[in-house]
Design a protein around this ligand. Structure first.
Ligand code: NDP
Length: 278
């Protein structure tokens, strides 16, 4: 039976470390402040924003909340970001994505000062990651690295396969595994013979956005499997991009959904907020 990689426990461990660090900073008169902007009334986004605010409260990060109506214009949103960019008391700015269709997401991402871009989406931070310089790293892939390290999975020299090449998950995931000296393949929708490529992996990270797509035919015996995907099924339950029941008997370690990668994203966002005080 595979060992479950417990994202709930590991994310709590990280949040507790950050809480202690925030207290130390507070004693030195330093406090992190995160500005969270939500445009519109998408219920899923509202839940994410609420969870981020709760995590801030737990750790001791001040959160400023801007809940704007869906009619907010791009100019109005850019003006708010500009104000926050110039506010020295604000360390981090997060615009909950997706924004309504009439607002250009790329323009918004680029308008956030790279030094306050705690989501790690600004091209300058993405570039810094690629060339190994300091900068904010996208939270979900950073969380996957923590899951591996804190579960004693050695990445160095391992065959790592990432399925998916999105800008927020797949690509930074590949770069982070490379930074840890893994030998990395990034697969995508045009990849030929995906099964045999995945079967080579000692560490298989799946961020494909297709419920239960990766079954036992894609995995090597004893591999470590990280499932980034999250989907709500018709019966109301959550599942990942990996068919857990099919894969689990064949692998050494695997993340469950829920309770695997999901809780790590917020923990790493909090880490990015605190890191601006370091
Ligand atoms: P995207 O839809 O942006 O990217 C999916 C990637 O998978 C693309 O690169 C695409 O290739 C590739 N792909 C699609 N179909 C196939 C296929 N049949 N074979 C091989 N590759 C394929 O998704 P995201 O990266 O944003 O998210 C991936 C998953 O992770 C989703 O389930 C999402 O909900 C989840 N997620 C979870 C988070 C968390 O906190 N747990 C955070 C972010 C995402 P191509 O580029 O060629 O189109």
């Amino acid at each position: 039976m595979a060992e479950l990689i417990d994202g709930k426990r590991i994310s709590k461990e990280i949040k507790d470390e950050l809480k202690a660090e925030a207290e130390k900073f507070k004693a030195e008169g330093k406090e992190a402040t995160l500005a969270v902007i939500l445009v519109g009334d998408d219920p899923a986004s509202a839940v994410y924003v609420n969870n981020k605010k709760k995590a801030c409260e737990y750790i001791g990060i001040k959160s400023l909340s801007y809940e704007l109506p869906k009619e907010t214009t791009e100019e109005e949103l850019l003006a708010l970001i500009d104000k926050l960019n110039n506010d020295d008391s604000v360390n981090g700015i997060l615009v909950q994505l997706p924004v309504p269709d009439h607002i250009d997401e790329n323009k918004i991402i680029r308008s956030i000062s790279p030094s306050k871009d705690v989501d790690g989406f600004h091209p300058l931070n993405v570039g810094a990651l690629l060339i190994g310089e300091k900068g904010f790293v996208s939270c979900t892939p950073a969380g996957v690295i923590q899951l591996l390290k804190r579960s004693n999975v050695d990445i160095e020299g391992k065959e790592c396969v990432v399925v998916g090449r999105s800008n927020i998950v797949g690509k930074p995931m590949g770069v982070l595994l490379l930074r840890e000296n893994g030998t990395v393949t990034i697969a995508h929708s045009r990849t030929k013979d995906l099964k045999s490529i995945c079967k080579r992996a000692d560490i298989l990270v799946v961020a494909v956005g297709k419920p239960k797509m990766i079954n036992a035919e894609y995995v090597k015996e004893g591999a470590v499997v990280i499932d980034v995907g999250i989907h709500r099924m018709d019966n109301g339950k959550l599942c990942g991009d990996v068919d857990f029941d099919s894969v689990e008997p064949h692998v050494s370690k695997i993340t469950p959904v829920p309770g695997g990668v999901g809780p790590m994203t917020i923990a790493m966002l909090m880490d990015n907020c605190i890191s601006s005080l370091r």
